[in-house]
Design a binder for this molecule. Sequence first.
Ligand SMILES: Cc1ncc(COP(=O)(O)O)c(C=O)c1O
Length: 396
Amino acid sequence: MNAGLQRWLGESLQELRDKHLYKTPRILQSPAGGRVRMDGKDVVNLSSNNYLGLANHPKVRQAALEAIEKWGVGAGAVRWIGGTMEVHDELERRLAEFKHVESVLVFTGGFTANSGCIPAVLTNQDVVISDELNHASIIDGVRLSPAKYKKSDGYVYAHKDMDHLERILRETQGFAKRMIITDGVFSMDGDIAPLPSIVELAERYDAFVMVDDAHASGVLGKNGAGTTSHFDLYGRVDIQLGTLSKALGVVGGYIAGSALLKEWLINRGRPYLFSTALPPMVAAALIAALDVMENDPEPMRRLWANAKWWKESLAAEGFDTMGSETPITPVFVGDEAKAQAFERALWEEGVYSLAIVYPTVALGKARIRTMPSAAHSEEDLAFALAAFRRAREIVA
Ligand SMILES: Cc1ncc(COP(=O)(O)O)c(C=O)c1O
């Protein structure tokens, strides 16, 4: 063990503790769901992205079990080297149909899809124009690219500010390619990107658009097909990212777009080129999850009914839900220490709902991020609301 490294790690971790930014994962002792067992306690779970309850759906589980029998548990190789099985191919064809695009390429996560795709489609002659609240995987993807993007250059636009975006588009006309990139649903605020205006500006200024639909997949659009479907912008969004880890309930991410885009990413998307394929049972489970999404409207109906009740009830109690428009419902606290105290008080009341602090959100913008889902019963949410009421009194 190198003493210098160990000392630095210890001191840096202490600094995080002192600033109330230290994270300790709790351990689930049951499948993902509305009520779970966690660290030895039965709690209502408001911190899961399992929007539609598919993570433990009987048909999805069954498909995974059958795929293990047929394919074993690992793909054994990187996709292009010999790790592409029929189930991967079928999953990509199914996703392409679902998204109404020519082609889809699956990655092992949404994060890797962003960090693989963004640098692959940009050169040092290009510029990226990015919403200031975009997800970390977009920011990392942009940092990995040789394109011009620096905040000091003004290529990050104020959150959803279309005038700012247009000013940047006017100023950057000399670049070879210009990419506008946005979350479809913002992961920490739950608001929706003004995609029709973004697309219109892109068309006017000859830029192209990439949208990260990690939190719109399974939530917005026809059968949960995402923001492009929600806003009826088929054929006008160049690159769509979807995650397979949240509403679809398993793991993985994908890029949806043209056949040429897929061909390029197969040849130049580094996480695709240098990382082993998703296990076949994951691909099979995802095909089954897509079947449920396309044929059973009930989980999405329940998701939105629960989200509506939850938001309205919190607002009626005077909580600030920060303009959220989707199931992601932040409850604003501000101060990091106070947010963590709120989280602990909720836990004592039997509710797991994580405090989100810097660096996931800006300093001073700490919040409790709640995620009502199709997996919650009315009783679960009523129980959680009562806990929020009492926790507020405890930390006041
Ligand atoms: C907006 C956004 N993009 C991408 C990701 C990464 O997706 P995954 O969890 O599939 O890696 C997330 C997950 O937190 C996200 O919120």
